[in-house]
Write a protein that binds this ligand. Sequence first.
Ligand SMILES: [Zn+2]
Length: 163
Amino acid sequence: MSVDPLRVRLPIDLDYMWSAGPGSSTYLQGLSEGRLVGGRCGICGDVYFPPRGGTCPRDGVLLDKDVEVAPTGTITTFCVVNVPFLGQQIEIPYVAAHILLDGADLAFQHLIQECRPHEVRLGMRVEAVWAEPSEWGPSLASITHFRPNGEPDAGADPSSRTS
Ligand SMILES: [Zn+2]
């Protein structure tokens, strides 16, 4: 009787080059400098952070203006991760949340730490915690996590700020 393996560990490498393109390059460069740079659509006016490849998905046009957004925002939804998985680097339980940064119109996902998972809630105000500047690079990993900033919660539906 044979058993199909459920998991195989073996050495594997994948070398490739990736071009971020003009829209994402400004965003990635900003992360290397401790700044959060999104892009604004010239038609609908929405600010995307990250700039999603430099194109507005609603209007199908290039984002025509770089916009620096705040390192503070509001949790619009979240998930408490309790299930271990292969390659996991964070001790469970932990919280992954969608955060709508002040000045942006689209939430993005990052970690919430420096509070207990059961304290996290919709509308909670949070701030970015940056890595040491020597560790900044063209990646969201320049921000290690977000933490509560002590401001009063936003309204019940912070996503209502989006158009
Ligand atoms: Zn648009």
